[in-house]
Design a protein around this ligand. Structure first.
Ligand code: BGC
Length: 544
């Protein structure tokens, strides 16, 4: 029962809208759903197929909306339920599909279930929807196990019982305002099915599943042998750990990628399959080894899983080639299409990570030429760098819980610059929730639309060629060719070839048939017959 080649999501370009920072329609300084609707003509013009919206549900906003207090209602700061319905309608009118974010690992501590659990007694059905346990040690004053939160500090918080005494502890892999749900409790499954249907009935085309690898915790009362090592191994910026140490810690995580997550997705799949219109799920799962990602997209489970390789990859030809081959190899058994992403709201922006705009442009052109579906994070198409943010404006719980040691992710969440001459560069008429750096002016959409060599034009041309002329997102093969050191060289069907030079200096090489450059990440390369001069830090697309 392999998926049909015609499924829209197999080669779709999906644009991530982080609503808070996309566009503000009511001058309160916070982006909102009507603002997202205003941005649709721009997105249609960019050439994307779908949008994925990060959460806009009722939230106390302790973790950028990933702390959901009611998954079936819209937070007033983002608009109304009617706005969410119009967004779906309007996007469809522009030929754009809509993916919402679903957050099943935890609720906000302000969700009515958690409030009821706090008011109820230990052992009550209300508490069994979460992970409440007595503590260890004298008077239960030590947490039930030694796991750390991914946002720093312990993953347990102790509650005060209704009699005013210190009582049980609850588990939160993230912030203390995000209590983990107990997926062994059937109430949880029923409630999420209701949420899926709630949005599917309103016409949503798919869901991105937050922390999809986290729902099953089967050994909760066991200490981990090295919780601090595990926390360190999970951080992408850890450098002082051997590969072996890291692999050994990541290969068996007590709270991620347990077998128990898969029956959950089989159930969800049945729900989505009740609906027509080729709806889909994409899983966010940071796991190791990546070969286990294929388990999430087996027939009868989810449709796509994020591949985070390009979010972390060095600008290095061997690493890039290896990452591409590995993904195809890992997915070949299950028949799911690969996904590619350079940026998202949790990671440093690619321009800042690679430190050079030329490298980011060149890496983008590689991603744009690969089979599968492509995720673009808002502002990536402008080449936005991360911004420096004064500590008083930082809101990320990772920053707060680490006492500022971990700067957190706010630098990648700064509001979009739309228009260079306007207040907040056109993002909002009010006071922006996160100030934009002055240099965001030069990345404003109006400026980039005018400059033919802008990042925006680079992306627009790629997307246009990829979809309308070359069908590059399609399943048809990719063949790597021998190439000089530091160069990526592959071919796709119908005479398409890609060359990328990851070194600083120009490289001369021969290709096996004469071709013309049809797209390039920057000028400076040339082709004469079979002879190519490829500028440093450059990708070119060739057509024979
Ligand atoms: C989301 C993050 C969020 C975390 C907890 C993630 O993977 O992408 O932004 O902080 O889940 O919900």
């Amino acid at each position: 029962m392999s998926e049909q080649k015609t499924n829209w999501w197999r080669d779709a370009v999906i644009y991530q809208v982080y609503p808070r920072s996309f566009r503000d329609s009511n001058s309160d300084g916070i982006g909102d759903i009507p603002g997202a609707i205003q941005g649709l003509p721009y997105l249609a013009e960019l050439g994307i197929d779908a949008i994925w919206l990060s959460p806009f549900y009722k939230t106390p906003n302790k973790d950028g909306g990933y702390d959901v207090a009611d998954p079936r209602d819209v937070d007033p700061m983002f608009g109304t339920l009617a706005d969410a319905e119009s967004l779906i309608r309007e996007a469809h009118a522009h030929g754009i599909k809509v993916i919402f974010d679903i957050v099943p690992n935890h609720f906000s501590s302000e969700h009515k279930w958690f409030q009821a659990a706090l008011a109820a007694a230990p052992g009550s059905p209300e508490r069994k929807r979460f992970h409440f346990y007595d503590g260890r040690g004298v008077d239960g004053n030590e947490p039930p196990n030694n796991w750390n939160s991914l946002f720093n500090g312990p993953s347990w918080t102790r509650v005060t019982e209704t009699d005013g005494k210190l009582g049980q502890w609850y588990l939160h892999l993230f912030d203390s305002s995000q209590p983990d749900l107990n997926w062994e409790n059937p109430d949880v499954m029923e409630d999420f099915k209701t949420t899926l249907r709630f949005w599917l009935d309103r016409g949503v085309d798919g869901f991105r599943i937050d922390v999809a690898h986290g729902l099953a915790k089967d050994e909760i009362l066991k200490d981990h042998r090295d919780p601090d090592g595990l926390t360190k191994a999970l951080r992408v910026d850890t450098t002082d750990m051997t590969k072996e140490e890291r692999v050994s810690l990541l290969t068996d995580m007590p709270f991620f990628d347990r077998d128990g997550v898969h029956p959950i997705y089989k159930e969800w799949r049945k729900v989505i399959d009740e609906y027509d219109g080729d709806r889909m799920f994409v899983a966010e799962a940071y796991i190791y080894p990546t070969s286990r990602l294929a388990r999430y997209v087996r027939p009868g489970e989810l449709h796509q899983v994020f591949n985070f390789d390009f979010l972390l990859i060095e600008w290095d030809a061997d690493a890039i080639k290896e990452a591409i081959l590995r993904v195809f190899d890992e997915l070949k058994e299950v028949g799911a299409p690969p996904t590619w992403a350079l940026d998202n709201h949790d990671s440093p922006r690619v321009v800042s990570r690679l430190k050079r705009e030329a490298k980011a442009r060149a890496l983008a052109l590689i991603a744009h030429a690969l089979p599968g579906s492509l995720y673009i994070y808002q502002g990536e198409e402008l080449g936005l760098p991360d911004g420096d943010i004064a500590p008083e404006f930082r809101m990320d719980p990772a920053f707060i819980r680490s006492g500022g040691k971990d700067l957190g992710r706010d630098g990648a969440r700064i509001p979009l610059p739309w228009s260079s001459a306007e207040r907040n560069f056109g993002f909002s008429d009010g006071t922006s929730w996160l100030p934009q750096p002055a240099n965001y002016k030069e990345f404003a959409i109006d400026i980039e639309l005018k400059a033919s060599d802008s990042f925006l034009h680079l992306y627009k041309k790629s997307l246009e060629l990829r979809k309308n002329h070359l069908g590059l997102g399609g399943d048809a093969g990719i063949t790597f060719q021998p190439a000089p050191s530091g160069v990526v060289y592959f071919k796709r069907p119908a005479g398409f070839a890609l060359l990328a030079n990851t070194t600083e200096s120009p490289v001369k090489l021969q290709i096996d048939e004469p071709a013309k450059i049809i797209h390039q990440s920057q000028p400076g390369s040339s082709v004469e017959g079979n002879s190519v001069t490829l500028a440093g830090n450059t990708t070119i697309w060739l057509q024979s």
